[in-house]
Design a protein around this ligand. Structure first.
Ligand code: C2E
Ligand code: MG
Ligand code: MG
Length: 721
């Protein structure tokens, strides 16, 4: 091979070598460019995916580049942002503000952080946090800045919330205590310290047991904890102990704070000091339950204790005595020494009486000088007698007040429960009634309530109801007993006598039921029924041809009614077809007629209407002569007791004679009751009394038998002198 060829070959080889190197180099260059492009894209993506606003500005605050967040913020693509300043996108004030901040950042030549509340013209506000870093050229000249902006509005709001919470915590008027799940105190506020006396430092790390007082039972706390765990909160009142040892009451709400899994993380307790309210409440309760003068329980508390004692008494099979005590002659102390001394005396006596009782007994003041004691847990009724004696002694002990020695006594009424098995009010009433008996029996003594007597009173009550019912059911009837003139044989009238046709007990006479209603309004009602029935009877008999007056007995209660005359007037007006003279009213001489002149007026008024009057049972009362003198009656009825026995008893005979004489002297008619035989009749006629009524003439009979009887009486001509 020649040199030329060799050189050529070398050259070719060199060329190939060069070519391959160039290719390798070109390939390598292409690769690196591609890598750069990839890395550049990666970087770009990274920056664009950052939610913060990222931007680069030159020294004149002209945008050089920005990320997607920035595009979204201004609402235009990067290409439209680059080359412009903030003045192109936001209002001038905000733009100017940004520019100033840019300048400051570039002047400081280090990282500057700003936080500003931005307000847009539309009023929208948000917090923007910006970090700006200046960048320089090789000659250390500032060329611009790189900025990162972030909307921190939410964080700001959260901060503000926290700040507010902290303020609430420290300024709250309530004490606040936060513990962890195990109850260890984590934080407390100032009010906590003010209420408990423990500083923040002293409290944190401790357990709330620190404040525990002995007011609450272990059960109280176990209920509190179970409620707290079950419901997540508890509230109530607790008495706690202050650091200085005193006790205070608080109204507290405890809430459990749980995490998202529902596990308790903290307990928060809010409480207020209610000691003053409690004290005031206790004061009010005291006023409501205790007597201001003596400090003894008042009626309200007494009633409450009585109820409780009654329950316990039944449970334990023990008796309970209700003791009603009234001081004798206390009024005269007030009158003679003044109210102050009276008050002092009450205080002194109540102290002594309290000492006379046992522990567990109650002494209450229920009014002026009236006290009630409850003696509880009596195994035997007689057990209380000793205590009663002690009470009497205490009430009658000598007491020195303002240099005067005073001594009273007490009258005591007692009833024992459950022997006296009534309710609380009635127990007090029974004791009160017995106290009155003690007073009547001479004071300075006790009287124990008589249950059997009470039963009698109760049965009276029952019969009152029965009588009322009988009146409604028309069980009363009138029988009539004829009155005759023994001389002429003439039937001169009939007396209406009431009977009760009792569905079970048969025909009852007035003595069986009239005494029960004697002072009861029913007496008036029944009396009116009698007059009405009698008037109807007069009419019936008259239409049957029998023209006789009927006399009606009239009770004191009825006669003393204020409107008696008016009612009689109305009645007679109703029976206008009957002459009032056919009605005679018999007033019992023994009836306790008060205010004689008023009675006399009534009799006068009725007589003016034509009604006749008789003085019944004359001679049996104390005031026969007084009545005779004052009451303008037409007839005197000599009481049957004198007439019946006059044949054997000269005294009775003398009385009968005397009454007949009086009647003549005072120009009154006279009629004898209780004429049981012809001998009676003869004797009466011989003394000048012709009118008579009695079993010897006729027994009281039903109305329908009267016609028959009158006919028979006349036809037989018996007793005709
Ligand atoms: P009184 O008004 O003196 O009536 C006479 C009583 O003596 C009657 O008793 C009569 O049955 C009874 N009697 C009549 N003749 C004889 C006799 O010869 N011997 C005996 N031993 N007794 C005789 P009665 O019906 O039981 O009435 C008793 C009293 O009840 C009456 O005494 C009268 O005070 C009162 N009374 C009767 N009915 C009424 C009435 O409707 N209203 C009022 N307020 N009282 C009445
Ligand atoms: Mg009579
Ligand atoms: Mg009579």
């Amino acid at each position: 091979m020649n040199q030329l060829e060799q050189a050529k070959a070398e050259l070719e080889s060199l060329n190939a070598e060069l070519e391959s190197r160039v290719k390798a180099r070109t390939d390598a260059l292409a690769d690196s460019n591609e890598q750069i492009q990839t890395e550049k894209k990666l970087l770009r993506d990274l920056i664009n995916n950052i939610p913060d606003y990222i931007f680069i500005k030159d020294a004149d605050s002209v945008y050089l580049a920005c990320n997607t967040a920035m595009e979204n913020y201004f609402g235009v693509p990067e290409s439209e942002i680059v080359g412009k300043t903030d003045f192109a996108f936001v209002d001038a004030t905000t733009a100017e503000f940004f520019r100033q901040r840019d300048k400051e950042a570039m002047a400081s030549s280090s990282i500057s952080v700003n936080e500003e509340l931005i307000t847009y013209p539309d009023g929208q506000q948000f917090y923007l946090e910006t970090i700006k870093v200046p960048f320089k050229d090789d000659q250390q000249r500032i060329r611009g800045l790189i900025g990162v902006g972030r909307n921190i509005t939410e964080r700001k709001q959260a901060d503000q919330k926290l700040e507010l919470a902290a303020k609430v915590f420290s300024h709250a008027r309530e004490g606040i205590m936060i513990t962890d799940a195990s109850g260890t105190i984590l934080d407390v506020n100032d009010t906590f310290t003010r209420i408990t006396g423990y500083s923040h430092k002293e409290a944190v790390g401790q357990n709330p047991r620190l404040f525990k007082s002995n007011h609450q039972s272990p059960e109280f706390y176990s209920v509190m904890w179970s409620t707290l765990l079950e419901k997540g909160h508890w509230y109530g009142e607790i008495w706690n102990r202050h650091k200085n040892g005193s006790e205070y009451a608080e109204m507290i709400t405890i809430s459990a704070v749980t995490n998202t899994l529902g596990q308790v993380q903290n307990y928060v307790a809010l409480f207020t000091d209610i000691t003053l309210i409690k004290e005031h409440q206790q004061e009010l309760e005291h006023i409501a339950h205790y007597d201001a003068l003596t400090g003894l329980p008042n009626r309200v508390l007494l009633t409450d204790r009585l109820h409780q004692a009654m329950l316990r008494s039944k449970r334990c099979n023990h008796s309970l005595a209700v003791v009603y005590l009234d001081l004798d002659g206390f009024k005269s102390v007030n009158d003679n020494y003044g109210h102050q001394v009276g008050d002092d005396l009450l205080m002194a006596i109540s102290k002594r009486m309290k000492i006379a009782l046992r522990e567990g007994d109650t002494l209450a003041r229920i009014g002026g000088d009236e006290f009630v004691a409850l003696l509880v847990d009596l195994e035997q009724v007689t057990n209380c007698e000793q205590i009663l004696e002690r009470l009497l002694q205490a009430a009658s002990s000598l007491i020195t007040l303002e240099n005067s020695e005073l001594q009273l006594s007490a009258s005591i009424g007692v009833t024992v429960y459950p022997q006296d098995d009534v309710d609380a009010d009635q127990l007090i009433r029974h004791a009160d009634q017995s106290m009155y008996i003690a007073k009547q029996e001479g004071k300075n003594r006790f009287h124990i309530f008589d249950i059997s007597q009470d039963v009698a009173i109760k049965s009276k009550q029952a019969s009152l109801e029965n009588i009322n019912r009988a009146l409604v059911e028309r069980e009363f009837i009138l029988h009539y007993q004829p009155k005759v003139n023994i001389n002429s044989g003439q039937v001169i009238g009939a007396e209406a006598l009431i009977r009760w046709q009792h569905p079970e007990r048969g025909l009852l006479s007035p003595a069986d039921f009239l005494p029960i209603i004697e002072n009861h309004p029913l007496a008036v009602q029944l009396g009116e029924w009698v007059i009405n029935t009698a008037l109807t009877q007069i009419r019936e008999w008259q239409s049957a041809g029998l023209h006789i007056p009927i006399s009606v007995n009239i009770g004191a209660k009825q006669f003393q009614q204020a409107d008696f005359v008016e009612r009689m007037t109305a009645l007679l007006a109703f029976y206008s077809d009957i002459q009032p003279g056919y009605l005679e009213l018999e007033v019992l001489e023994t009836s306790a007629l008060e205010d004689l002149s008023a009675i006399a007026e009534k009799i006068k008024a009725c007589r003016e209407m034509g009604i006749r009057f008789a003085l019944d049972d004359f001679g049996t009362g104390f005031c026969s002569l007084t009545y005779l003198r004052h009451l303008p009656v037409d007839v005197l009825k000599i009481d049957q007791s004198f007439v019946r026995d006059m044949l054997e008893d000269p005294d009775d005979l003398a009385i009968v004679k005397g009454v007949i004489g009086l009647a003549n002297t005072f120009s009154r008619q006279v009629i004898a009751e209780g004429v049981e035989s012809i001998s009676h009749a003869n004797m009466l006629v011989s003394m000048g009394c012709e009118l008579a009524q009695g079993y010897g003439i006729a027994l009281p009979m039903p109305a329908e038998q009267m016609l028959y009887w009158v006919n028979k009486w006349h036809s037989e001509g018996r007793w005709k002198a």
